[in-house]
Design a protein around this ligand. Structure first.
Ligand code: NDP
Length: 458
């Protein structure tokens, strides 16, 4: 039998790569993980973690205002961007250290440098060759820039965390996760923010009621929304920028940020040379076990362009380790993955949208509520929470829970367990709520929305 330097060679020490390395090592495999950047990948260094920290930072602005309704004097504290950047940096450095400790503690060899795949069992890192029984590609993705003149003048989310100073005006292009999250962050920090997206509503693919509700709430935050518009060109104007739009006008800003999707990191990796099939976006095409077209090469996480979420990459990593190193073939399960967009307010969902459910099961019952949260009865803030439940009319099974509002992600995480377990509306109904919370609304939804009028009858 062939002998290899490692049982598993992992390319990329992001969330998925690190989890796969540790899990495989736990099952006794000899593992190496290589990366040419800080440990932790996108999520830790320029994604989930710093983004959520910045979202907290930006929300204080509203908290100070809201406090007045509760008897506090009006405060006008000053915000210092450089202090936030430094605090974020310190925390991320701490997390990088934790990742290193976890890997070292699991006996995983850490290799620093850029990897190329040389064959089904061979990689090179900075000129040095290694062999492995299995190679795992966990190289993540990078932000996409639209192909418009002057695109190089814009920034992407990677750059947004460490801007030398907070801009006065920003234009953000995109209507997805990153665009909405950064629009909330910058607006909360006092930046004059314009959000430009080409659809009539943001968050394509989300439930229509969610899209409408979040669009209305965002507008209340003072974000200037340009819906149904795209950017056609960027040019410098003084120390700032001029963004030309498809509406034949221009928007002036200090910074233009593109949040127009992400692309898999496969370029220059040498995967094609090893015979690995790539998809039309450059993603590694894999089967249900995350195996590529080459038997000894697997891929997980954003590089496979399935569901680009950290917890999904972790799940894919563990399935791979189970399959290969614990003699327990485990398919990845991408059904009913809960997700959150940390916009302000937060959007969080699990399961099917109303549109998807109607297509899948035919008749559905819809329960929906929209209300002013208790806190805002005294704060006076004009913010409404929306919750929606999609139920299979025949079986009563809850197919989807959707929420826009404070703490939505914290609430939907619990709903996700119920949805995953196949809970019915009757199960929700016999659950006693916690009062007073927003979450209790999910167990007190009683009135079905009227069925939509068929098009011909309108
Ligand atoms: P998304 O796919 O969420 O959104 C991309 C947006 O850019 C869409 O509104 C899209 O419009 C628009 N767009 C794409 N191409 C162009 C173009 N050429 N011109 C104008 N607009 C364009 O991508 P993100 O970059 O926001 O995030 C990438 C992924 O990362 C997410 O899908 C998610 O999986 C993950 N992520 C998760 C987060 C979380 O869990 N909280 C946070 C951030 C990212 P259209 O709809 O018309 O195509």
């Amino acid at each position: 039998m062939a002998t290899y330097d490692f049982d598993l060679f992992v390319i990329g020490a992001g969330s998925g790569g690190v989890r796969a390395s540790r899990w495989a090592a736990r099952y006794g495999a000899k593992v190496a993980v290589a990366d040419d950047d800080r440990l932790g990948g996108t999520c830790v260094n320029r994604g989930c973690i710093p983004k959520k920290l910045y979202a907290y930072a930006s929300h204080f602005h509203e908290d100070f205002e809201d406090a007045v309704g509760f008897g506090w004097d009006k405060a006008a504290p000053k915000f210092d961007w450089s202090r936030l950047v430094a605090a974020k940096e310190k925390e991320i450095t701490r997390l990088n250290g934790i990742y290193a400790k976890l890997l070292d503690g699991s006996g995983v060899a850490r290799i620093d440098g850029r990897v190329t795949v040389e064959g089904p069992h061979e990689v090179k890192v900075s000129g040095k060759a290694y062999t492995a029984r299995t190679i795992l590609v966990a190289t993540g993705g990078h932000p996409h820039r639209p192909e418009i003149p002057g695109a190089e003048l814009g920034i992407v989310s990677d750059d947004a965390f460490d801007l030398p100073k907070l801009p006065k005006r920003i234009v953000i292009l995109g209507g997805g996760y990153i665009a909405l999250e950064f629009a909330g962050i910058f607006a909360g920090l006092g930046v004059e923010t314009t959000l430009v997206y080409r659809q009539t509503l943001p968050l394509r693919g989300f439930d229509e009621d969610v899209r409408k509700h979040v669009a209305a709430e965002i507008a209340k935050k003072g974000i200037a929304v340009r819906a149904g518009v795209n950017l056609t060109k960027l040019e410098r104007k003084g120390s700032g920028m001029l963004a030309h739009t498809t509406a034949n006008d221009t928007i002036e800003a200090d910074i233009v940020m593109f949040a127009t999707g992400r692309e898999p990191n496969t370029k220059g990796l040498g995967l094609e040379k090893a015979g690995v099939k790539l998809g039309k976006n450059g993603e590694v095409v894999v089967d249900e076990y995350s195996r590529s077209s080459v038997e000894s090469i697997y891929a997980i996480g954003d590089v496979t362009d399935r569901i680009a979420l950290t917890p999904v990459a972790l799940h894919e990593a563990m399935c791979m380790a189970e399959t290969l190193f614990n003699n327990n073939p485990t398919k990845v399960d991408h059904a009913d993955v809960a997700a959150a967009v940390f916009s302000q307010p937060t959007v969080s969902v699990v399961g099917l949208t109303e549109e998807e459910a109607r297509k899948r099961v035919g008749r559905v019952d819809i329960y929906r509520t929209s209300f002013k949260p208790l806190k805002h009865t005294l704060s006076g803030r004009d913010e409404r929470t929306m919750m929606k439940m999609v139920v299979d009319a025949a079986s009563g099974r809850v197919l989807g829970c959707h929420m826009v509002g404070e703490d939505a992600a914290e609430i939907i995480q619990g709903m996700a367990i119920a949805v995953k377990m196949g809970a019915t509306k009757a199960d929700f109904d016999r659950t006693i709520g916690i009062h007073p919370t927003a979450a209790e609304e999910f167990v007190t939804l009683r009135d079905k929305m009227p069925d939509p009028v068929p098009k011909a009858a309108e």
